[in-house]
Design a protein around this ligand. Structure first.
Ligand SMILES: Nc1ncnc2c1ncn2[C@@H]1O[C@H](COP(=O)(O)OP(=O)(O)OP(=O)(O)O)[C@@H](O)[C@H]1O
Ligand SMILES: Nc1nc2c(c(=O)[nH]1)N=C(CO)CN2
Length: 166
């Protein structure tokens, strides 16, 4: 087979409905079909952010090496969410599985249905704490390392390590 160009995509996953760890597992299984899983963070239990009247989330981050272009990857993520029973009722509300495309190589993209880097990622402990497991020393736009951003955000939002499952 001809060599494929693989892109480095970072995906944030969350679940706060039903058997949350099972839903995250369905997400990881779905991602396996889109390329090579290079790394999976630990799993964290996190208090809801944005819409507060809902249960705690489990969150993790995945480094996926994929041949898919950004828009094709987004469509594939939405299809995995649907297969895990995701419906959309409340913005920032409860969901069986949420998959956000956080970073894709060094790309900056601002299209009606896809913004990369994910516009809210740098201010969310539930994103940055798992992401910092993958590359603690990488630099955020503030000049801090990912680990420093994660440590700072952890002071205001509740994030508890649950364990490593993958
Ligand atoms: N980087 C991105 N990753 C995932 N979806 C994105 C991204 N940029 C834009 N979107 C768009 O956002 C839409 C709504 O996504 P979703 O319902 O998961 O939002 P949300 O999880 O409630 O909020 P948030 O995006 O703040 O996590 C998607 O259908 C997608 O078109
Ligand atoms: N803790 C936590 N809070 C959230 C999450 C999430 O994954 N974890 N996802 C949201 C989607 O917009 C809104 N709020």
């Amino acid at each position: 087979m001809a060599d494929r160009v693989l892109h480095d995509a970072y995906i944030g996953a969350g679940s706060n409905v039903g058997r949350r760890i099972v839903h995250l597992g369905l997400g990881i299984d779905g991602l396996k079909a889109l390329g090579e899983i290079a790394a999976v963070s630990k799993v964290y239990e996190t208090a809801p952010v944005g819409y507060l009247d809902q249960g705690d989330f489990l969150n993790l981050a995945v480094h996926l090496r994929t041949p898919l272009a950004p828009q094709d990857l987004l469509r594939a993520l939405l299809a995995i969410e649907r297969r895990a029973g995701r419906t959309r009722e409340i913005r920032f509300g409860p969901r069986t599985l949420d998959l956000d495309l956080l970073l894709y190589d060094d790309l900056a993209l601002d299209e009606p249905d896809l913004t990369v880097p994910h516009p809210r990622m740098w201010e969310r402990a539930f994103v940055m704490v798992p992401l910092a497991d993958l590359h603690p020393d990488r630099l955020a736009p503030t000049g801090e390392t990912w680990a420093e951003v994660a440590a700072r955000l952890r002071q205001k939002d509740e994030v508890h390590e649950v364990g490593r499952f993958w």
